[in-house]
Design a protein around this ligand. Structure first.
Ligand code: CO8
Length: 257
């Protein structure tokens, strides 16, 4: 597929996607969503890929859903087409997905970053849910995911005032995993993704699935799920290889089996 709104590359075992609508600060429109879904689908199917990084530009990860596309939307069309539900495709990716965020991550841009497994932010990053200033509210998970990340008080503050928070505040409040100098953002995100991709893919995927369970279930059910998945890992050749390599003081060679 030829892409017009994103740039898609492979860096060793890492899939790399750059949002590419600079004229609109990477505003998220339907065409971009279709391309992003297709690229994620391809990386999911590609056995050589062990992790994916998604990024934007230096100025904007994404400045939100495309306001100009939404401007004339009517309720019936939004409801009947379940507008924005397609974005859930991002959360269905079974391989790890890292958001590398520089500049604005606003509205849908912040929500897209939160759909990823973790966020590495440049020190220039600015996060916010300014939908209230447009006469709407977050519609791609912001009221739910942001609240789980930063707690009720700060989620209310951000969604009700529409203010932005910088990278330091975002890290302090648990939205962001790490903050790095802007010039090192891509390098750091790729380094993390390559590290992840060097491990056993089924183990990586099961770890992601199990952590995500923590958001969907009770502690006792989550712990039971974790233990069952942990037990199942002893059926993998990679468990034998990983532990043998440790005992023999050598680097493991995982076969994703
Ligand atoms: N949508 C469309 N175009 C945009 C967007 C956007 N979200 N953001 C910026 N652009 C465009 C601008 O219109 C401008 O285009 P042009 O040059 O043709 O006028 C270009 O990008 C550059 O933007 P600015 O000139 O405004 O750049 P500045 O550096 O002056 O300002 C800002 C940068 C502060 C990021 C500013 O662009 C801004 O405030 N953008 C909008 C941010 C925003 O409100 N985002 C939330 C959007 S709504 C959303 O994401 C979810 C809605 C959920 C609804 C659910 C319904 C079911």
């Amino acid at each position: 597929m030829a892409y017009e709104n994103i740039i898609v590359e492979t860096r060793e075992k890492v899939g790399f996607i750059q949002l590419n609508r600079p004229q609109a600060l990477n505003a998220l429109n339907s065409a971009l969503l279709a391309e992003l879904s297709a690229a994620l689908e391809d990386f999911e199917k590609d056995n050589r890929i062990g992790a994916v990084v998604i990024t934007g530009s230096e100025k904007a990860f994404a400045a939100g859903a495309d306001i100009k596309e939404m401007q004339t939307l009517e309720f019936a069309d939004a409801y009947l087409s379940d507008y924005f539900s397609e974005w859930e495709r991002v959360t269905r990716l079974r391989k790890p997905l890292i958001a590398a965020v520089a500049g604005y991550a606003l509205g849908g841009g912040c929500e897209l970053a939160m759909m990823c497994d973790f966020i590495i932010a440049a020190d220039t990053a600015k996060f916010g849910q300014p939908e209230i200033t447009l006469g709407v509210m977050p519609g791609m998970g912001g009221s739910q995911r942001l609240t789980r990340f930063v707690g009720k008080s700060k989620a209310m503050d951000l969604c009700l005032t529409g203010r932005m928070m910088d990278a330091v505040e975002a890290e302090r409040s648990g939205l962001v995993a790490r903050v790095v100098p802007a010039g090192e953002l891509i390098e750091e995100a790729l380094k993390a993704a390559k590290k992840i991709a060097s491990f056993s893919l089924p183990v990586v995927m099961m770890t992601k699935e199990t952590i995500n369970r923590a958001y969907e279930t009770t502690l006792s059910e989550g712990l039971r799920f974790e233990r069952r998945v942990f037990h199942s890992m002893f059926a993998l050749e990679d468990q034998k290889e990983g532990m043998a390599a440790f005992a023999e003081k050598r680097t493991p060679h995982f076969k994703n089996r």
